[in-house]
Design a protein around this ligand. Structure first.
Ligand code: SF4
Length: 72
């Protein structure tokens, strides 16, 4: 059974097409996490959306950010 949001409630801006973006979904909500933040403190782990400008942006190969269930 699938419950919870299928999509982010806010437009992610640049993150929508960035290879470093990951979408974490729980039963109640969805979050966009920036994977660059794990190795570089200049990036926020959960950036304020929409991201309109980002020096870390790199285009995703296809399909936008990966989606993962957060287990919550
Ligand atoms: S590097 Fe920038 S554009 Fe890419 S996911 Fe992180 S915050 Fe978003």
């Amino acid at each position: 059974m699938t419950e919870g949001p299928e999509r982010l409630t806010l437009s992610p801006g640049l993150c929508a097409s960035c290879r470093h973006a990951e979408i974490l979904r729980s039963k109640r909500s969805a979050f966009l996490r920036c994977a660059r933040a794990a190795a570089d403190a200049r990036f926020a782990r959960y950036p304020t959306l929409p991201v309109l400008s980002c020096r870390g942006f790199e285009a995703a190969p296809a399909g936008g950010p990966d989606e993962q269930a957060s287990g919550g």
